[in-house]
Design a protein around this ligand. Structure first.
Ligand SMILES: Cc1ncc(COP(=O)(O)OP(=O)(O)O)c(N)n1
Ligand SMILES: Cc1ncsc1CCOP(=O)(O)O
Ligand SMILES: [Mg+2]
Length: 209
């Protein structure tokens, strides 16, 4: 497994209202160079969630892109996804590691706190996420974190660091220069008119850093 790096897309049920549109839009992002995908669906429709996770797993495999499931370790297990993303209220990272095994990718939200990241890594996370760095259309209630946190995280943590929240073409170069290994994006990627081209553009700062 290569080190996690680059554009990390998160699906969004509003921007992808049908299975067909979801797969088309995700495939466009994969063609444009997306390196990691998270299936993020807050619905309680378990049959739909399993069906979509399985379809995304098959698609992502064709592009050698790992798939993570948001919030739900059991869906990650049942769908054969590559791992899971957990928030601070989404259950134990150690239990997820036990359930999914040593090869699984497990990320945890750490907001603006290095101590939470250290705890996550201790519990078995192999990457950590900070943010929101800018106001987010997808999650407007997310509290803001300062960009300087990314440099500190890179210096103090020995796992890939994800930046999330309001990342767009206006700020992506600054986020990458500040030290993000991955940029996690919903709106600026999947609401774009040409998603493949937008993925290429959002990936550009990683080629110059
Ligand atoms: C990469 C990444 N970072 C942060 C989050 C947010 O997780 P959480 O705080 O659990 O909030 P929800 O996404 O579950 O609403 C994330 N999903 N992905
Ligand atoms: C899930 C999540 N957690 C913090 S911000 C956010 C949403 C990111 O979406 P966008 O890229 O549209 O701001
Ligand atoms: Mg969550």
């Amino acid at each position: 497994m290569t080190r996690l790096h680059g554009l990390y897309g998160l699906t969004d049920a509003t921007l992808m209202p049908t299975d067909t549109l979801m797969l088309e839009r995700v495939e466009a992002a994969l063609r444009g160079g997306m390196r990691l995908l998270q299936y993020r669906d807050k619905s309680t429709d378990d049959a739909r969630r399993l069906r979509q996770a399985l379809a995304l797993r098959d698609l992502c495999r064709q592009y050698d892109c790992p798939l993570l499931i948001n919030d739900d370790v059991e869906l990650a297990h049942a769908s054969g996804a590559d791992g899971v993303h957990l928030g601070q209220q989404d259950g134990s990272v150690a239990a997820a590691r036990d359930r999914l095994g040593p090869a699984a990718l497990i990320g945890q939200t750490c907001h603006d706190r290095i101590d939470l990241a250290q705890r996550a890594i201790q519990a078995g996370a192999d990457h950590v996420a900070f943010g929101a760095f800018f106001a987010s259309r997808t999650k407007p209630e997310a509290e803001l974190a300062p960009l300087a946190l990314l440099q500190e995280a890179r210096a103090r943590l020995n796992v890939p660091v994800v930046a999330i929240g309001g990342i767009s073409m206006d700020n992506v170069a600054r986020v990458v220069a500040a030290g993000a290994d991955l940029i996690a994006v919903v709106n600026a990627l999947f609401a774009a008119e040409d998603i493949q081209q937008q993925a290429e553009r959002l990936t550009q700062p990683f080629h110059v850093s």
